[in-house]
Design a protein around this ligand. Structure first.
Ligand code: HEM
Length: 426
């Protein structure tokens, strides 16, 4: 019963307090409209005094307001005493502890952590700004509960690098937790913790910067590439040159084999070489200046006596008085029998006759004019000279040289005997 009566009294005191607050607001509104011409500082002080912080020292401080406002201050003091009584009656005795508000932001965080306390109109801890919610003003006021919202929208820089594990929602939630957990904690604290956690989980740059003993020279190569290079066949350059060290083989170009293939074979080179000359000198010296070996002349021409040249023979044959057929010859042609021809061999003062193609020529006047000598020409005397003549100089014109030397025609013995018989019958 005692507690019930106290609660009833508390409720009534709250009602009175509410009415007094309403009256105070009406009075303040009248003052702000210019009825009393109060300054802004005075208004603020009066509002602080009208606020019901039950445990604040300001609540018991003397109000700097005018004497007309003293009655309302007493009412507020009474209301504060009622609230103090209700507070110690047991409703919020065990939950609320006195706290000194540092700033509006910390108060807002505290209210965010304890929404039930902030929503409860009976909690006396909110500062003057939060008490504005209780006042029936229509103009919107800044609320501490809305303060963390812009912080949530600020993107945070995460140096972890593993963004796949943490999406934007989780980051926003973490930032929200940080902003709710402690008012001093900022996104920079998250940045400080990020790299440490990342390094503890997975090193970022160490694998690429630290040289591995069996690592490829290029950092871009992966283990798959190394495996592929190990499976690749060896380079073809060492195969071309089996001898020597491998490093030198890779540096040296494979040129000797190609150059050797381009070279001519030894036989061809020998064939292309200039043959050594017998004189050992140049071609000009060997052909012009070198002494030419005297070869035995195959020509059997003889040195003719002066006045016995081909031109002299032509002149002698031109004159018919020279009796080139022989002396005491008849004007006509004789039938020369082979015996007669044989008797005319150029010996014992007889002229040398020769036959050629059935005709008998007296070659005795031509003997000193023959280029091949006397001996050569007399080899055909007393017989037929056609075979010797064709063997030595078939190009020579017989009739042109010996035409004036024609004796007769070569007849057989029988023809000569028969002719001689006919002539004897005439
Ligand atoms: C039995 C007969 C004869 C013999 C064995 C004979 C032999 C020769 C010989 C050895 C030569 C030198 C060839 C040379 O090396 O250049 C010669 C040149 C000559 N003989 Fe006879 N000869 C004969 C009859 C004649 C007769 C009948 C004539 C005239 C019609 C003649 C007119 C010549 C002439 C013109 C040459 C110079 C040729 C030249 O310059 O290349 N030979 N003869």
């Amino acid at each position: 019963m005692y507690w019930n009566s106290l609660c009833t009294l508390d409720m009534r005191l709250h009602d009175v307090y509410f009415v007094l607050c309403v009256l105070g607001d009406l009075d303040r509104s009248a003052r702000t409209t210019g009825c009393l011409g109060e300054s802004a500082d005075a208004i603020c002080n009066r509002r602080n005094a009208a606020a019901p912080p039950p445990l604040s020292v300001h609540a018991f401080a003397p109000s700097p307001s005018s004497p007309t406002w003293a009655g309302k201050g007493m009412a507020s003091l009474f209301a504060s005493a009622g609230s103090l009584i209700s507070r110690y009656t047991g409703r919020n005795f065990a939950t609320q502890t006195p706290s000194t508000p540092l700033d509006s932001r910390s108060e807002a965080n505290a209210s965010a952590d304890q929404p039930a306390a902030s929503l409860d109109a009976e909690t006396p801890n909110p500062p003057s700004i939060e008490t504005e919610e209780d006042s029936p003003q229509t103009t919107p006021k800044a609320s501490a509960s809305n303060a963390p919202l812009p912080i949530l929208s600020v993107p945070t820089l995460n140096l972890d690098g593993d963004t796949s594990n943490k999406d934007t929602t989780s980051v926003a939630a973490s930032s929200t937790e940080n902003s709710h957990g402690s008012s001093k904690q900022t996104p920079s604290a998250k940045l400080d913790n990020g790299p440490s956690e990342a390094m503890s989980q997975k090193p970022l740059m160490a694998p690429t910067l630290v040289p591995q003993p069996k690592q490829q020279p290029t950092p871009s190569t992966t283990s798959s590439n190394t495996n592929a290079s190990s499976l690749m066949p060896p380079p073809s350059v060492p195969r071309l040159r089996p001898t020597g060290t491998q490093s030198t083989n890779q540096l040296q170009p494979p040129q000797p084999s190609a150059s050797s293939s381009l070279r001519p074979p030894p036989s061809a080179a020998a064939g292309l070489r200039v043959p050594p000359t017998s004189s050992g000198g140049s071609r000009l010296s060997s052909s012009t200046l070198a002494p030419v070996p005297v070869k035995k002349s195959t020509s059997r021409k003889v040195v003719l006596e002066p006045g016995y040249s081909p031109l002299d023979w032509a002149a002698r044959t031109a004159d018919p008085k020279n009796q080139l057929r022989g002396a005491n010859m008849p004007p006509g042609y004789l039938r020369v029998t082979p015996s007669m021809l044989k008797a005319q061999n150029g010996r014992k003062g007889r002229d040398a006759w020769t036959s050629y193609q059935g005709k008998v020529y007296n070659i005795q006047p031509y003997v000193p004019y023959h280029p091949g000598g006397k001996g050569e020409l007399l080899r055909g005397a007393g017989k037929d000279s056609a075979q010797l003549f064709q063997e030595i100089h078939p190009w020579v014109n017989w009739d042109g040289i010996l035409g004036e030397c024609l004796v007769g025609i070569l007849v057989s013995e029988n023809d000569a005997q028969a002719e001689n018989a006919l002539d004897a019958m005439d």
